[in-house]
Write a protein that binds this ligand. Structure first.
Ligand code: ZN
Length: 228
């Protein structure tokens, strides 16, 4: 059994109608629900509203992988929580999946050591094609190439990350933006995967192909193979 913790800042989920309409139960619950639909995964959730922003020895006890979505609340995560996550990834081998605007999460920047900045060319949103670059990679297993996303925020290069250990996906957008959308890293004993799709006002996490990629990444981060 893989034990997952889905962390979401849970700010826009409560205040923005255009987010609530897409994720009425909150993005963290949407993600936890499709993880929990897998008989080999048990997923719980945590948010900024929880004690210690949901990151402490109790909430992380026995957790194999954390999925992290943050956007406007990165600075609300205390540095001690970031160090706790960092230690668990690097020293204990906990997996970390950073989703979309978590490119600017403190824990992702800590693990990357770079600014993790990117550009968002106008008009800021467009249809997306998610191209598989490593068809033999476990995270790409069973994923159609490309995955068509009807509308998504247009993240583009230059994305200030270290050279990925494994670049699994690249995104191409209708406005010609291009972005390293699925980047895998090894950090100490742990595995880290950055995955770009998942803007809060678009129903990306309701798409089966995106759910399958995230499920694959959870298995990969735990050195397990999905479907076996
Ligand atoms: Zn976004």
């Amino acid at each position: 059994m893989i034990r997952a913790l889905v962390w979401c800042e849970n700010i826009q989920n409560k205040t923005q109608e255009d987010v609530i309409s897409v994720y009425p139960d909150g993005m963290h619950n949407t993600i936890a629900d499709f993880l929990n639909a897998d008989p080999n995964i048990t997923a719980k959730t945590a948010t900024l509203d929880d004690p210690d922003c949901g990151v402490n020895d109790e909430t992380l006890a026995d957790i194999d992988v954390v999925l992290w979505w943050g956007h406007i609340g990165h600075d609300k995560v205390p540095d001690c929580a970031v160090e706790m996550l960092y230690e668990r990834v690097v020293r204990k081998g906990m997996g970390l999946i950073c989703l979309h605007s978590a490119h600017f999460a403190k824990i992702f920047k800590r693990l990357m050591g770079t600014s993790c900045g990117l550009s968002i060319p106008a008009p800021g949103h467009a249809p997306q094609k998610l191209w598989t670059l490593l068809p033999g990679h476990p995270i790409a297993a069973g994923i159609p190439n490309p995955v068509d996303i009807e509308i998504e925020e247009t993240y583009s290069e230059y994305f200030d990350i270290p050279q990925p250990d494994e670049l699994v996906f690249n995104a191409a957008f209708g406005n010609c933006a291009s972005f390293r959308a699925g980047a895998a890293y090894h950090r100490g004993r742990g595995k880290v995967f950055y995955f770009q799709p998942g803007h809060e006002t678009y129903p990306v996490y309701h798409k089966k192909e995106i759910q399958d990629i995230i499920l694959n990444s959870v298995y990969w981060a735990n050195n397990k193979t999905r479907g076996q």
